[in-house]
Design a protein around this ligand. Structure first.
Ligand SMILES: *Cc1c(COP(=O)(O)O)cnc(C)c1O
Length: 335
């Protein structure tokens, strides 16, 4: 069966590079949403805890419930619990409306929209938000924002950061007290000269697939995931014969094998007219099926990619997209 290899060494290497930038292990909040970017939630959470990560970030309460015992805090980005989930779970609040619905005593981190215009309250709503926090007996543990283009050249990152600093000044005047402040994702952390916030929310860099323009001089990171498929069958195909659905595949006679991965596993179907090229230089032959692909040769196993960012380029997308689509049912093994 197809399987995913997780390199513990590369993961720890990346975490070390990140910690050098945050200047402390304790300031890393590892983002484990969407099955840990496809790497496997429980497995990556365990490895992270073993290395010394203390804070984590997920999307849902269901994800938080699976890993909460491994971390001091779990920040839930996009879910509202039915009752106070306890102090280690912190709920990111994305709107005043959510603030009014969240159960009393819940620990919350207020998201402020500084320019992405997706989630969060606007800075003019800060006073009213803090009033609601007080009136509803919520426990404010942090204020956060998110950058829209930290991974691209341009000034957006800087003016958003300025706005967040202004929010901080205003909130401190309103007496928010000792809470944690955080704005950085992977790209923003590496663009920050002297990181001085309380945590950085790190996803893609930890998985070794952060892509940024060369001029940013980010440290080299190592991809954690390698995707493999295993051979199902091999046949000798003549040039006149066509392979797979629609008969779109053709080779100069020789051995062609099928391997057990397809779009049903989350591998992208792509376009047979512009086939995916494997890391070893061979192209997929014909259309990608639901559970199978065809390739010339007869190796027992096949490496689909050892760097999701490189695979992503061929599909005109980003590494995140390749990674998160991979089915949770694919076996993950730590090497
Ligand atoms: C996904 C996410 C992150 C992590 O971003 P990376 O680019 O993977 O480091 C950080 N913050 C928020 C709010 C996110 O949704």
């Amino acid at each position: 069966m197809s399987y995913i290899e997780i390199s513990r060494e590369n993961f720890f290497y990346n975490l070390n590079q990140i910690a050098a930038k945050t200047q402390s292990k304790e300031k890393i909040a590892l983002v484990l949403k969407d099955n840990a970017y496809g790497h496997g939630l429980n497995l990556m959470a365990k490895l992270a805890a073993e290395w010394g990560v203390r804070h984590s970030v997920v999307r849902t309460m269901a994800e938080a419930a699976q890993i909460r015992d491994l971390f001091e805090t779990v920040l839930v980005l996009s879910d509202t619990p039915a009752e106070d989930p306890g102090q280690s779970i912190r709920i990111a609040v994305n709107s005043l409306d959510q603030l009014r619905r969240i159960p009393p005593h819940t620990s919350i981190e207020l998201k402020v929209d500084t320019g992405m215009h997706r989630n969060g309250i606007v800075s003019e709503e800060l006073t009213i938000a803090l009033d609601i926090v007080g009136a509803r007996q919520l426990r404010l543990t942090g204020i956060m924002t998110h950058y829209r283009s930290a991974d691209e050249m341009g000034s957006d990152f800087f003016w958003q950061r300025k706005r967040f600093e202004a929010v901080r000044g205003a909130a401190e005047k309103l007496g928010v007290g000792d809470i944690r402040w955080h704005s950085c994702n992977s790209a923003a952390l590496f663009r920050t000269q002297c990181f001085d916030e309380d945590i950085a929310r790190i996803g893609i860099a930890a998985y070794g697939c952060l892509r940024m323009p060369d001029s940013f001089h980010i440290p080299h990171l190592k991809p954690v995931m390698t995707l493999w498929a295993e051979r199902v069958a091999t046949r000798n195909v003549r040039k006149s014969e066509r392979i797979g659905y629609g008969g779109e595949g053709q080779v100069d006679s020789g051995m062609v094998s099928t391997y057990d991965i397809g779009y049903g596993d989350g591998w992208l179907r792509g376009n047979a007219a512009n086939p995916y090229r494997l890391p070893d230089g061979r192209d997929l032959v014909g259309r990608v099926s639901m559970d199978l692909i065809s390739v010339e040769g007869e190796d027992d196993k096949l490496c689909l990619f050892d760097d999701a960012s490189e695979a992503a380029e061929q599909f005109n997308t980003i590494g995140y997209d390749i990674l998160v689509k991979l089915s949770p049912d694919i076996r993950r093994i730590v090497v």
